[in-house]
Write a new protein. Structure first.
Length: 500
């Protein structure tokens, strides 16, 4: 039977602890001693042996946090001495072991021949000795409230960060902070908070009141900067989307404010809410939106009273004025409910003048040009406009543009006389006409579409048919021309017959 070497631990483990000055350093290793005997109980003296040390966490078979090998030599008494933490590393980092978590186990394996054919000698729990690695007792003296700081060489007592047991202070303040966290600084930033979280709605700073519901007007965040009159900003927020986002989630029926501005006092210009925008895109000094299932929604609700001149809304430089129920654009002399002083516009170029009615990329521009009310149309989002019609200021007549320079694919109209004769002319009332309303003379778009589809159109939204009655006049002229040709032909035939 092969002799088996027995490894008996007689010294357990010895922790190398340096006791002395407050500057003493704890080494990143601890001493281990044991006596090696063979299966007959004889000492293995002056012999090189192979040793493998493994540290488990949690239990004797727990996760391996560190493992190393050593090749020590026994002395004349068979004693092995090894500094665990200074061998050849197999896995893990000795200095990174968090001894504060406790419950570590030491496994020892031995090869009496000095090789790596290890035999497991057992696993024992580490008790209190190694934990001096994180609980060195050589601490400096200090005052009440001071905390420890390591300057790279030693631990020293420090007052910059203080802890009274219930409050914490940071900065040049007393050792009795005024609140749970008190920060005092002469730097540009008393505190700097950063986060690299990519989570939706990450809060770099989160302040929340969770006390009694009966408390009124509790401030989750309060900022104050009163340097002197006309100086100091209570809070400044910079965002890539919203600089300030105010949200209220009401459950009752009171009045609620998403963002509230209040100014009281002084004899200068006071702004409850002031917005400034400067950019190369589209700038909005204020953008207000109101939507929901309420009885009434106000995109902008403003009141003004108590002064000589009261303006519920006043728009400067933009030339928009709302006063006494009238709206003025480009003018403060309001002659009607809506009074617009046009900024420009000619027959060939409407510029920015007039009224622009748009639906997606389809625009209608209505403007005044040399007293002609013009109607221009754009299908490319307002990039180019084509003149369509105008109202003649001489008689107020509607004139559809018909200049040949505006036309293409011109062709003659086929004979229409027989078609005109087949048109049914009717009298009717519309469904919404009141009882007794005079009847309208016209035709049926449904029937006319079968005869002259060119003058019948379908409404894009409702699918209803409509008739361009102005074109019926042109068709009537063509029918008269055809009828006249027939008359001339007949007259010539009569003359021919009478001459015989």
């Amino acid at each position: 039977m092969k002799e088996r070497t027995i490894f008996r631990i007689i010294g357990a483990m010895l922790m190398l602890v340096l006791i002395g000055q407050a500057s003493a350093q704890v080494p990143q290793s601890f001493n281990y001693q044991a006596v090696a005997r063979n299966s007959l109980g004889n000492l293995l003296t002056n012999q090189t042996v192979g040793l493998k040390i493994t540290i488990h966490q949690g239990s004797s078979t727990g996760a391996v946090v560190y493992s190393e090998t050593q090749v020590p030599t026994t002395n004349q008494f068979g004693l092995i001495t090894a500094a665990i933490g200074q061998g050849t590393v197999v896995s893990g980092t000795f200095a990174n072991i968090d001894w504060s978590t406790g419950n570590y186990w030491l496994q020892v394996q031995l090869d009496p021949a000095g090789g790596t054919a290890y035999t497991d000698m057992g696993t024992d729990q580490l008790l209190s000795v190694p934990y001096a690695m994180y609980a060195d007792g050589s601490l400096p003296e200090g005052k009440i409230g001071q905390t420890l700081m390591h300057d790279g060489t030693d631990w020293i007592a420090n007052s910059f960060l203080s802890n009274s047991g219930t409050t914490v202070g940071i900065g040049a303040i007393t050792l009795s902070p005024l609140t749970n966290l008190h920060v005092a600084s002469n730097k540009r930033y008393a505190g700097l908070f950063t986060s690299d979280s990519v989570s939706y709605l990450t809060h770099v700073i989160h302040a929340e009141y969770n006390g009694a519901a009966s408390m009124t007007d509790v401030r989750a965040v309060y900022g104050k900067s009163v340097v002197q009159d006309n100086w100091g900003v209570g809070g400044e927020f910079v965002g890539g989307f919203h600089g300030v986002n105010g949200t209220v989630l009401p459950t009752g029926s009171a009045s609620y404010t998403g963002v509230y501005g209040f100014v009281s006092g002084g004899s200068g210009n006071n702004y409850g809410l002031y917005g400034y925008v400067n950019g190369t895109g589209t700038n909005y000094g204020a953008y207000l939106n109101s939507s929901g299932s309420a009885t009434t929604n106000y995109g902008l609700y403003a009141t003004a009273s108590g002064a000589i001149n009261n303006y519920a809304g006043y728009f400067n430089s933009g030339n928009v004025i709302i006063n006494a129920g009238k709206v003025g654009v480009g003018t403060s002399t309001l002659l009607s409910d809506l009074d617009i002083l046009q900024s420009g516009g000619s027959a060939t170029n409407q510029g920015t003048g007039g009224i622009n009615l748009r639906n997606g990329t389809y625009h209608w521009r209505i403007y005044n040009s040399n007293n002609y009310v013009r109607f221009n149309y754009s299908s490319d989002g307002g990039a180019t406009y084509t003149p369509k019609a105008y109202v003649n200021p001489s008689d107020g007549s509607w004139n559809q543009l018909s200049d040949m320079s505006l036309k293409t694919n011109v062709e003659k109209l086929d004979d229409v006389l027989d078609k005109v004769i087949s048109i049914s002319i009717i009298k009717y009332n519309y469904n919404d006409n009141k009882l007794g309303s005079p009847k309208v003379i016209g035709t049926s778009a449904n029937d006319l579409a079968k005869i002259f589809p060119e003058i019948v159109s379908t409404e894009a939204d409702g699918g209803l048919l409509g008739v361009d009655y102005s074109k019926l006049g042109v068709i009537a002229i063509k029918a008269i021309q055809e009828l006249n040709a027939k008359i001339v032909q007949l007259e010539n035939r009569i003359v021919e017959l009478e001459s015989k």
